[in-house]
Design a protein around this ligand. Structure first.
Ligand code: SF4
Ligand code: SF4
Length: 408
């Protein structure tokens, strides 16, 4: 039923919650950059205060649960997130072909909240994508940032990421670094970062060694508990003042119809357990779950007040069947060697995650479009060589079949 009544109730709840925060003196309305220095309290208080952490050497201080706006297209959710206490919003030029930035910018400006929040966006570097000469790449990078600023309706971005970095060479790319330096000199960008979901530990190590970027947005979740290389690189980065922001924290599958997990656990348990697993690691500053409705927003943000596991969450995290049934693609790229047609299986698995798990068909289409010609869906010859080749129990062939049903 819909839902004016329940919406009203939610609105009242949110207003009451925000009011409670204000009256408790916890909703600091000073600019985010000042806020950073004033509320550096990493204290976990069960059911109590919002836990904040500092984004490494940037000094920006935010609640440990932020909003990944990628999947959202309803401005009300962005506004409600601000009202509930979220102070860090993550978007990208690429999301919804620019409309995601426009939506975030319009809400933030309507709320007159620009100075109270940390705004992060991402751009694909033209050099990285099209192999342009360095000067041209630098120029296009600056233009891409300026286009983001226009869509966001702001003069500056707090953290600008290079989007989708999957190798250490891109981290060290001089043209990108010089372009970012110009943007910082012009005060269009305050801090820089890289976003990665492929070869994450190598990318993070390169950021630490390079010393230029301030933040890494990385995929990390409980299905990676045995990835000691990744966890160690995260530890080293935090030690060196490089902020780690977590994405894919729900392992892609917490809220999609996963029969095995859903049989035994509620979606709320799966989501909060997964987020807590990530955020109990104090080397991770914040996470950006990509919720799209009020209920999920409240579930996710509840973690910002309490990182203690419930008995049910502990049970879920120790249940190997859950991990297996999620079939989360770690983007390790090991399956590439198994395909006689050179199909870009990892990016097809990401396409599948966006379409089937997130229900974000914009992002799925954009990911599909980015696959180099000759390695796309249509080149899959259904040979089944990749079936059962994945150590992470991703049912590759089945997911490719589903993608073909949608896109071919
Ligand atoms: S499908 Fe499996 S082998 Fe291929 S990239 Fe994903 S996790 Fe790695
Ligand atoms: S089924 Fe398709 S993706 Fe898998 S190995 Fe064969 S050609 Fe490659």
């Amino acid at each position: 039923m819909p839902d004016n009544t329940s919406k009203l109730t939610r609105r009242r709840f949110l207003t009451a919650t925000a009011g409670g925060i204000v009256s408790a003196g916890l909703l600091n309305l000073t600019p985010a950059r000042t806020l950073a220095q004033e509320s550096d309290g990493d204290t976990a208080a069960a059911g109590g205060n919002i836990i904040h952490r500092t984004l490494g050497r940037t000094g920006l201080n935010v609640p440990i649960v932020s909003m990944g706006v990628m999947n959202a297209s309803n401005p009300e959710i962005v506004q409600a997130s601000y009202e509930i206490g979220i102070r860090h919003f993550d978007t990208a030029a690429y999301y919804q072909f620019g409309r995601n930035e426009q939506m975030v910018g319009s809400v933030i400006n309507r709320l007159k909240a620009r100075d109270k929040i940390v705004l992060a966006s991402k751009i694909h570097t033209p050099g990285q994508r099209r192999g342009l000469p360095p000067e041209e790449s630098k120029k296009k990078l600056i233009e891409a940032c300026e286009a983001s600023l226009r869509r966001l309706g702001t003069d500056f971005i707090d953290v600008l990421y290079v989007h989708d970095v999957g190798d250490p060479e891109t981290v060290a790319d001089k043209a990108i670094i010089e372009g970012m330096e110009i943007l910082k000199e012009q005060k269009k960008v305050l801090y820089t970062g890289v976003a990665t979901h492929t070869r994450m530990n190598e990318v993070i190590e390169a950021v630490v060694q390079g010393g230029f970027y301030d933040v890494v947005l990385t995929a990390v979740n409980f299905t990676m508990a045995e990835n000691t290389a990744l966890l160690e690189s995260i530890r080293k980065a935090a030690e060196q003042g490089v902020a780690i922001v977590a994405m894919k924290a729900l392992a892609g599958g917490a809220r999609w119809p996963n029969p095995q997990a859903r049989q035994n656990y509620s979606s709320s348990t799966i989501a909060t357990a997964a987020l807590k697993w990530v955020l109990r690691n104090e080397n991770i500053a914040t996470s950006i779950p990509g919720y799209t409705n009020y209920e999920h927003m409240q579930e996710d943000f509840s973690v910002a007040r309490n990182l203690e596991y419930t008995d049910e969450e502990k049970k879920l995290l120790s249940d190997n069947n859950v991990k297996l049934s999620l079939g989360y693609c770690h983007q390790c790229r090991k399956c590439l060697a198994t395909c006689p047609e050179g199909v870009d299986i990892p990016n097809l698995m990401r396409t599948h995650m966006y379409a089937a798990q997130y229900g974000n068909f914009h992002q799925a289409r954009a990911t599909l479009n980015d696959i180099p010609s000759g390695a796309g869906l249509r080149h899959c010859g259904d040979c089944s060589s990749c079936r059962a080749q994945c150590a992470n129990t991703v049912d590759i062939a089945h997911r490719i079949e589903e993608l073909k049903m949608i896109y071919c």
